[in-house]
Design a protein around this ligand. Structure first.
Ligand SMILES: [Zn+2]
Ligand SMILES: [Zn+2]
Length: 139
């Protein structure tokens, strides 16, 4: 099960609800990233469990042979919220893990790096304070 925490900046008041590291649930992995362009922290989805089924979206064999255009579409990671609200995949027997590159959820061309607690405020470079209790348990 993954955990999100409040991270808060004592100087500028910036707040973010993120894992603050690499974290994983049953069906996906995240890594907290700092986007230099947005000056925000996000939980980027880095691995997603998908049905290994030729008909469904996310089929790995199909993805491997897809055209470069299609592959680019598939290789864009879904947003954290979108993955959280995914319906449970019932009746699926075989799964694959789809890997994604670290990417800003706003734009693929933004520059991101992984952000691991303790690390600095994306706005003013003071170290962020982590809440003692998780804000949310997910997946
Ligand atoms: Zn700050
Ligand atoms: Zn960004």
């Amino acid at each position: 099960m993954g955990r999100s925490y409040w991270f808060e900046c004592a100087r500028c008041g910036y707040r973010a609800k993120v894992s603050g590291r690499e974290d994983r649930g049953r069906t996906f992995f995240v890594q907290t990233v700092f986007c230099r362009d947005c000056r925000e922290l996000y939980d980027a989805v880095t691995r997603l469990k998908v049905a290994d089924d030729p008909v469904r979206f996310g089929n790995f064999a199909a993805w491997r042979w897809a055209t470069p255009d299609l592959r680019r579409t598939f290789s864009a990671p879904p947003a954290f919220q979108a993955v959280l609200s995914r319906l449970p995949q019932r009746g699926v027997k075989r799964f694959r893990w789809l890997p994604f590159k670290l990417q800003c959820p706003v734009s693929a061309i933004h520059q991101v790096r992984s952000w691991n607690d303790p690390d600095k405020c994306p706005r003013c470079s003071v170290f962020l304070e982590k809440s003692a209790l998780p804000y949310r348990l997910w997946d």
